[in-house]
Write a protein that binds this ligand. Structure first.
Ligand SMILES: Nc1ncnc2c1ncn2[C@@H]1O[C@H](COP(=O)(O)OP(=O)(O)OP(=O)(O)O)[C@@H](O)[C@H]1O
Length: 612
């Protein structure tokens, strides 16, 4: 307007310009003007602006306002359909991560008006900026500002700018805005934002409530609506501090877990999937399950407890794996009892006879060793990363070596009977004592007796429940250990006696076999030498003394018959002997067998007499 005013103030000059324009462009302007006005005045202007002016305008704008902003929108609620797609449901979590990051920054910084919301999981609170508040953040020498912008404000501005209807999709949503100088653009995009996301993820992970999952029975016909895993919150109180085991071994395991957790780059560099297998083996009650709980608490991981017997086939097993999250421990307890996994890797297992209505309708598990091996370290096992697989067993020797070879089960951990160091942990847990005058006596007994930590824990619990003090509780434990020692000794003696008896019987049986062997050889010699005397070896006289009586028979065929009969009789007698107890056996050897043989010999003699 000011320029127009000046022009009006100088009519002479203006009319001169006008005259010049009309002289040069008058005719064509009069022709084109109405056309342009009718068809494309606005478009023409936009094109002209984009081509020639925008660059200059932008330069000017940069000069006036060199700041760039990035908005992070709250995600719309996940649709029901998306929630049913396990792989697709990984919706963008950036907003949550940014908010978690800001939550920690906000509490440290001096923003005055904050908004507090309950964390989605766990008991924590998420603090965020109230509308209109902003907070500065420093990163590698750059200053950046975060502010919370109400969605309505953004929507109105956006709609006004584009001349559109207000989009109601944004209702109730919020936006976190990051503002920074344009010279930090690369730093922000390449380093700062990944840092914010990583840190936010860590905060969300630390605040979440841990879960213990178990797999639901599958039928082989699962649909997208089937829930593969069910879960409860995992609140097991066991830690490595309360786990009773040798401290050096415990430290070794903790170091191994640390090395696993902190070595993401190492796994990436070496091309190994980021996972590790642990085999826990030992007698019942030595703390295998307790160890898993301690591991989960130490790493802050979720637990997926796989019940193999309700997984119908290898395909369903793979689906289970896909639906586990990273930072988790997948366990298969009592792997030796879970399924018959001793079959050939590729061979299909022979279906067992159905034992329940479920199995009758085709519900039995067809998971094979091969399927399980793929589950542990096939291609699918690498998805997600940061996973630990744990097998437990009471009978490590019964497992297929392929299942537990190093590389699959990287660390084999033996959980053994309670030693003195382990006892000290239990004494601290249950009696709250670190040392006591009775400890040496307990140590002495523990060196003698094999008692599981579960047994020792139960003793101390019983003493505690009975209201015993420290002295009485330890005395009680010592008595229990002595009792157990006496029982063990008696059992060992009985076992040794039984063993000795078995060995005696076996050596007797061996002697018998030797006798038979020699006897057969001698009988063959008889045929050749035709000398009945030589048939009777003297050293088997214990059972065959009566045979000497027929030395004068002289009839080879009768002797052969006799030998055959005696042999059969002895075999029968031996079989009977094996069924008898030791005392009865001796009696039979002394009394029955010779008598039987004598009778037999007598019978043969009679038949011989009859023939002659
Ligand atoms: N090493 C241990 N440290 C602390 N407590 C233990 C330990 N071992 C056993 N316990 C106690 O005994 C109970 C049973 O132990 P746990 O279930 O861990 O044994 P397990 O070896 O897994 O037995 P199973 O082979 O029968 O499953 C636990 O609840 C715990 O209270």
């Amino acid at each position: 307007m000011a320029a127009g005013g000046t022009a009006l103030a100088k009519p002479g000059a203006a009319s001169q310009v006008w005259r010049w324009v009309m002289a040069n462009f008058g005719s064509s302007w009069f022709l084109l003007g109405p056309l342009l006005a009718a068809y494309a005045p606005r478009r023409l202007f936009q094109t002209y602006f984009n081509l020639f002016l925008r660059r200059h305008a932008r330069r000017l704008l940069n000069f006036v306002d060199p700041y760039v902003s990035i908005d992070f929108w709250d995600c719309p609620p996940v649709s029901r359909y998306a929630a049913l797609q396990p792989l697709a449901s990984a919706h963008d979590t950036t907003y949550e991560e940014v908010k978690a990051y800001l939550s920690s920054s906000c509490s440290e910084q001096d923003a005055r008006e904050l908004r507090a919301e309950g964390a989605k999981e766990g008991d924590g609170l998420v603090l965020s900026l109230n509308d209109g508040q902003d907070v500065a953040d420093e990163f590698r020498g750059a200053t950046l500002w975060w502010s919370s912008v109400p969605a309505d404000e953004l929507v109105v501005a956006h709609a006004a700018h584009h001349g559109q209807q207000q989009n109601t999709d944004h209702d109730g949503r919020r936006c976190q805005r990051l503002t920074f100088h344009r010279r930090h653009r690369r730093l922000v995009v390449d380093e700062y934002l990944p840092h914010v996301r990583r840190r936010g993820r860590d905060i969300l992970f630390a605040n979440r409530r841990r879960r213990l999952y178990t797999n639901n029975r599958t039928t082989g016909y699962s649909s997208a609506y089937d829930k593969t895993w069910s879960f409860v919150n995992f609140d097991h109180p066991t830690t490595f501090d309360t786990l009773a085991m040798d401290p050096d071994r415990k430290k070794e395991i903790m170091d191994d877990l640390d090395a696993f957790r902190n070595n993401r780059e190492f796994y990436r560099r070496t091309g190994k999937p980021w996972k590790r297998g642990y085999l826990l083996y030992g007698p019942p009650g030595t703390g295998k399950s307790t160890m898993i709980a301690a591991m989960a608490n130490y790493l802050n991981y979720d637990i997926y407890d796989v019940e193999l017997t309700v997984v119908s086939n290898n395909n369903d097993l793979r689906k289970l794996l896909i639906q586990t999250t990273s930072k988790s421990i997948i366990i298969i307890e009592d792997i030796d009892c879970s399924l018959d996994l001793t079959g050939k890797r590729d061979g299909k297992k022979k279906p067992a006879a159905p034992t329940s209505p479920y199995e009758l309708h085709g519900g039995g598990s067809e998971v094979t060793l091969s399927g399980l091996l793929n589950f542990i370290d096939g291609l699918w096992s690498a998805c997600g990363g940061e996973r630990i697989v744990v097998f437990t067993t009471n009978h490590v020797d019964q497992l297929d070596p392929a299942l537990i070879r190093r590389g699959r089960m990287d660390m084999h951990i033996e959980m053994s009977y309670c030693g003195f160091e382990a006892f000290k942990t239990l004494a601290k847990n249950y009696l709250d004592i670190h040392a006591h005058r009775l400890f040496p006596a307990v140590e002495e007994q523990l060196n003698e007796v094999e008692l599981t930590p579960a047994d020792v824990a139960e003793c101390l619990m019983t003493a505690k429940r009975a209201g015993y003090g420290e002295d009485a509780a330890l005395e009680f434990l010592i008595q229990e250990l002595k009792k157990k020692g006496a029982e063990t000794k008696a059992a060992a003696e009985a076992a040794a006696a039984a063993e000795e008896a078995v060995q005696t019987n076996e050596s007797e049986a061996d002697n018998d076999d030797d006798d038979e062997y020699e006897y057969e050889e001698d009988a063959e010699d008889v045929e050749e030498e035709d000398d009945p005397e030589s048939v009777i070896p003297a050293d088997i006289s214990k059972y065959l003394v009566a045979v000497n009586n027929i030395a004068g028979l002289g009839d080879l065929s009768s002797i052969k018959d006799l030998l055959g009969d005696i042999k059969k009789k002895r075999a029968d007698a031996k079989e009977e002997l094996q069924k008898m107890g030791t005392g009865a056996k001796e009696a039979a050897v002394e009394a029955n067998l010779p008598k039987t043989e004598n009778n037999e010999i007598e019978d043969v003699r009679k038949s011989k007499d009859a023939r002659t």
